[in-house]
Design a protein around this ligand. Structure first.
Ligand SMILES: Nc1ncnc2c1ncn2[C@@H]1O[C@H](COP(=O)(O)OP(=O)(O)O)[C@@H](O)[C@H]1O
Ligand SMILES: [Mg+2]
Length: 173
């Protein structure tokens, strides 16, 4: 995509505003490699509500229905933080172990699906561990094993007992 700079107005709403035939023509003119770059270009695709809040914050809650793009937003945020070396040890917390692996890691919007294939992390399911080539790591945790969180200093095991309360319905993915 050498002739096409990140400043080109190719964001998702621009593409969506085109007639379907023009969309197909535009996408059809891209090589497979260009298409992969374009479709993974999160800065262009993210809707305003999927961009990190501005300012000094510690918690970013995305409370929205299925299909909003919560999982993708989380995965893209983690990818960006790892890429900028702003995150080195990450906790990925889900209601169940199956959610952690099947949605946050291996799901269609999960960490193994976002970004260029060469920049994706290695995943060791038996260790619940993802490792990026720059040394950043992420560990998955779930309410299936609340005590495992004791090893991660930022998470309270008590906060992981979602199954006992209404928070189970919220989840994180
Ligand atoms: N801004 C976006 N532009 C294009 N596709 C998106 C965008 N946000 C999410 N998606 C895609 O929409 C689908 C649903 O997203 P997902 O994050 O799984 O939704 P949720 O977790 O809220 O149910 C996925 O294929 C994801 O890649
Ligand atoms: Mg989801």
């Amino acid at each position: 995509m050498t002739a096409k700079t990140p400043d080109a107005p190719w964001h998702a709403s621009w593409l969506a505003s085109l007639p379907k035939t023009t969309q197909d023509e535009f996408l059809g003119n891209l090589t497979p490699a260009e298409l992969e770059v374009y479709l993974g270009w999160w800065k262009k695709w993210a809707r305003p509500a999927q961009r990190p809040p501005i300012g000094d914050w510690r918690i970013w809650l995305l409370l929205a229905g299925r299909g909003f793009g919560k999982t993708r937003t989380g995965a893209e945020y983690v990818r960006a933080m790892v890429g900028m070396r702003n995150a080195r040890r990450i906790a990925l917390v889900a209601p169940t172990a199956s959610d952690a692996r099947g949605v946050m890691v291996e799901g269609e919007s999960g960490l193994l699906s976002v970004g260029p294939p060469g920049e994706r992390p290695d995943y060791e399911p038996s260790k619940h561990l993802l490792t990026w080539s720059n040394g950043a790591i992420a560990t998955t945790y779930s309410a299936d094993e609340p005590d495992a969180c004791a090893a991660h200093s930022t998470i309270s095991p008590g906060a992981m007992n979602w199954r006992r309360g209404a928070t189970r319905r919220l989840g994180t993915c």
